[in-house]
Write a protein that binds this ligand. Structure first.
Ligand SMILES: Nc1nc2c(c(=O)[nH]1)N[C@H]1C(S)=C(S)[C@@H](COP(=O)(O)OP(=O)(O)OC[C@H]3O[C@@H](n4cnc5c(=O)[nH]c(N)nc54)[C@H](O)[C@@H]3O)O[C@H]1N2
Ligand SMILES: Nc1nc2c(c(=O)[nH]1)N[C@H]1C(S)=C(S)[C@@H](COP(=O)(O)OP(=O)(O)OC[C@H]3O[C@@H](n4cnc5c(=O)[nH]c(N)nc54)[C@H](O)[C@@H]3O)O[C@H]1N2
Ligand code: SF4
Ligand SMILES: [Mo]
Length: 722
């Protein structure tokens, strides 16, 4: 891969009595290159250095990345399996005792077998996450379908990437989060960023973002809040939460009206232009401004900048995707690139900021209720046949598709699902409408949770299995570019902790399914089977061997065989993945958010992140520096709104919606719309903003509308908290 101008020949320093283990960060989709420093006398991780030789992030890391190594030997690590005998303590930290692996496995096998005997195979479920390697994500899908034989498996990507996936599949016929490598980003002429707090959530992208402006290019940002990236934008489209579909249609209207459509590209390589043109006719600047609250001049200026730019990249993130029309939002913003032909060549395209470390790979290989490895469909008999062959099962044995993440909790509530194997996710904090979700978990007959720290969700478990952190195992992950990279092991697992793939192999053996799992003795064994299982799928990883990943700074999928170097740029041949080779321009009527403000709930609540914490916070709330920087959640309120409610900076107020309430300190800031309030969601128990959020699901992706619901503020009497 060609080095870009940010690459500097800085050698990582090798200190005496230390070795450096080349790897990547445990957290977000940027997957910054780092070296873990290991003391050669104790064989323990003692620190970290950024990797200057990593082409995507060239020596950059954020506050989470530089402290990530502190997770491994943290005092809160769970060192042995834990069992709780008294079910009445469910939902608390109390009542767990240490047990041997044998005792824990025996109990799980006994309970799971009983449940399936009494209530059928599908009484069990698996809920997982994508902070795990591709190999672990792959095996989790196989464990559910072959080990347990249940249809009910889904994962936290439903709350994260599913709308982006749905939009890309509809527009392009394939879902790779970025059509181009990140090393192109700073070389484009216009970045159109919608619903991404890039500087806090993908901070090591920012040197490329600023470079666009430094080179004379433009930055447009659509966000209800003036985030750090919005502050420096040439145009900040400060829309009302939940109105992106109108904004995207409004911009498309102007692009077409003002002659920026690339007619040749549209005719040769797309379908759907005429009906889309017809639909967006109504989205005049005036009407769009009315629907979105963005000034007309800004909409006009944004369209003109994007239209004129020789190359441009449309980028977005959860701000547009976590809506009950998230898939439509993705396709609507993607329309901009397809209509103007700014795609399928270097420096131009579409990208979503993938969230979790393996948010891309983890969604491709069978943790989703309807997918099998290699992005194959469980509803397609040919796909089922291909995967069954690798797994050594009869295709008829493959379970049917299950339901989405939130819908699994609905089935737990009504007792269709009675057992849960939860790993790598903390839904007791991160799922929407938490009063309901926590109850559903409490309602389970038996729950297992694999985690390395006792999370808020583990409090609902009967058995907790100690897993390892990312630094105690090896495997591959796929970063936000679609580049498959290698995570290396820096330290042996502490205590009796084990990698998730090993627990699943050992459990499957004890459930009488050893025939399908016992040959997997190392992470590499899982990797070899995994590559084979993806062969021939849309997300083909067969050619991405660990050797090749090491030699060429990662491998972009698709990569079909040993000779194939991988695919950094998608669609260079202008071939999209729909059967006729064309992309789809989508005509998408506007729909408002599921819950609009009213007299009783006049404010719009939106939620998201801060730079110092990661997701449910179960990892970052334990790191002292990060905790010091952001100890508690807060509610951002505009000064005009604060005055209306007669509330002051740092005063504790009660925020409530139709579903729940919670008390927060007020942060008065002009960097938010007057009609909107914002709360970060990284906090547990009564501090969780998800007690208030709405579980309105997108009809296609089943993504909850985390980004918009109606809320009200209540001023508390002095000193009254909770
Ligand atoms: N520091 C940090 N970084 C992270 C993570 C983390 O937890 N902490 N998590 C990782 C993961 S898993 C993810 S998914 C990504 C998320 O990355 P982002 O999507 O960038 O993060 P969010 O804060 O969820 O939301 C982004 C922005 O959407 C805006 N927004 C809210 N409502 C709307 C709307 O209706 N329309 C538009 N256009 N914008 C809206 C919010 O104001 C916010 O600034 O970050 C990854 N990186
Ligand atoms: N209100 C609101 N809610 C949201 C969002 C929002 O913007 N607003 N964003 C949503 C998004 S984008 C996401 S991605 C979800 C994420 O929400 P969660 O899935 O809850 O994310 P994490 O906090 O990463 O949970 C991972 C858990 O698994 C553990 N863990 C980490 N690695 C491993 C591993 O390898 N194995 C095992 N067994 N355990 C591991 C961690 O300690 C942690 O407890 O939250 C969603 N919820
Ligand atoms: S930007 Fe993401 S991957 Fe990079 S150091 Fe921060 S959390 Fe880790
Ligand atoms: Mo996410």
């Amino acid at each position: 891969m060609q080095r870009d101008k940010f690459f500097r020949e800085i050698e990582n320093v090798q200190h005496p009595n230390e070795k450096l283990i080349k790897t990547h960060c445990s957290y977000c989709g940027m997957q910054c290159g780092m070296n873990l420093r290991v003391n050669t006398a104790t064989n323990k991780i003692i620190g970290v250095e950024p990797r200057y030789d990593w082409p995507v992030t060239v020596g950059k890391m954020c506050p989470k990345g530089v402290t990530a190594y502190q997770q491994t030997n943290h005092k809160d690590r769970i060192l042995k399996p834990l069992i709780r005998d008294d079910a009445s303590l469910k939902g608390t930290k109390e009542g767990f005792r240490e047990a041997s692996w044998e005792e824990a496995y025996d109990l799980i096998v006994k309970k799971f077998t009983e449940l399936q005997k009494n209530y059928g195979k599908d009484s069990l479920s698996v809920f997982s996450g994508v902070s795990m390697t591709n190999e672990k994500c792959y095996l989790t899908g196989k464990f559910a379908r072959v080990g347990l034989g249940t249809r009910y498996i889904d994962y936290n990507g439903r709350f994260c990437m599913s709308s982006a996936a749905g939009g890309f599949l509809r527009s392009f016929g394939v879902d790779r989060g970025s059509t181009l490598p990140w090393t192109d980003v700073h070389e484009t002429d216009c970045l159109f960023i919608a619903g991404s707090n890039t500087a806090e959530c993908h901070p090591t992208s920012m040197f490329r973002v600023w470079a666009v402006q430094e080179r004379g290019g433009y930055l447009i940002v659509a966000d209800p809040r003036e985030t750090p990236v919005a502050r420096r934008a040439d145009v900040h489209l400060d829309l009302r939460p939940g109105t992106d579909l109108a904004l995207a249609n409004g911009i498309l209207h102007l692009l077409i009206e003002n002659g920026y459509a690339d007619k040749e590209f549209v005719n040769k390589h797309t379908n759907g232009f005429e009906e889309t043109k017809e639909l967006v006719k109504d989205f005049t600047p005036e009407h769009t401004s009315f629907l979105t609250g963005v000034a007309e001049e800004k909409i006009i200026k944004a369209a003109e900048i994007y239209g004129k730019a020789p190359n441009a990249i449309v980028m977005f993130a959860r701000g547009i995707e976590q809506q009950h029309k998230g898939v439509d939002n993705v396709s609507a913003y993607t329309n901009m690139a397809l209509v103007t032909g700014k795609i399928g060549r270097p420096k131009a395209g579409v990208a979503t900021f993938t969230g979790q470390g393996n948010g891309q790979g983890g969604r491709e290989h069978g943790q989703k209720s309807d997918l099998l490895p290699g992005y194959r469909k469980i509803t397609n008999p040919e796909h089922v046949k291909a995967v069954s062959k690798v797994w050594g099962i009869n295709p008829e044995e493959m379970p049917q598709p299950g339901v989405s993440a939130y819908e699994m909790f609905e089935l737990m509530e009504e007792k269709t699902i009675r057992g849960l194997y939860l790993l790598c996710s903390n839904p007791a904090v991160s799922a929407p409408n938490l009063n309901f979700v926590r109850n559903a978990m409490k309602n389970l007959d038996f729950m297992v949770c694999a985690d390395f720290y006792l999370s808020e969700s583990a409090e609902f478990a009967d058995v907790i299995l100690p897993s390892v952190t990312w630094s105690e195992d090896e495997g591959t992950v796929t970063n936000l570019e679609g580049r498959i990279i290698k995570i290396n092991k820096a330290q042996e697992p502490i205590g009796e902790s084990k990698p998730d793939w090993l627990m699943q192999v050992e459990l499957a053996e004890r459930l009488g399914r050893g025939k399908y799992f016992s040959h997997l003795k190392t992470a590499k064994d899982v990797a070899e089977e995994f590559r084979l299982a993806t062969k021939g799928g849309n997300a083909d990883y067969y050619g991405a061997t660990w050797d090749k990943i090491d030699k060429q700074d990662g491998v972009f999928w698709p990569c079909k065989d040993e000779e194939d170097k991988g695919t950094p740029h998608m669609f260079l041949d202008k071939k999209f993945y729909h059967p006729d080779g064309k992309a789809k321009i989508c005509a998408l009527p506007y729909r408002p958010p599921a819950e609009e403000p009213c007299e009783e709930y006049p404010l719009r609540l939106t939620t998201g992140r801060v730079v110092y914490h990661y997701l449910s916070g179960n990892q970052t709330r334990r790191i002292q520096f990060l905790k010091d920087m952001c100890p508690d959640p807060y509610v951002e309120v505009h000064p005009v709104t604060a005055e209306k409610y007669n509330i002051k900076h740092e005063e504790v107020v009660r925020l409530f919606t139709r579903r729940g309430k919670s008390d927060y300190k007020v942060k008065i800031t002009e960097a938010i719309r007057e009609d909107t309030v914002f709360v970060p969601y990284h906090f547990g128990h009564e501090q969780s903003i998800n007690l208030l959020t709405i579980a309105a699901l997108d009809p296609m992706s089943r993504m909850p509308e985390f980004k918009a619901c109606a809320a009200q503020i209540e001023k508390l009497e002095a000193g009254k908290v909770h």
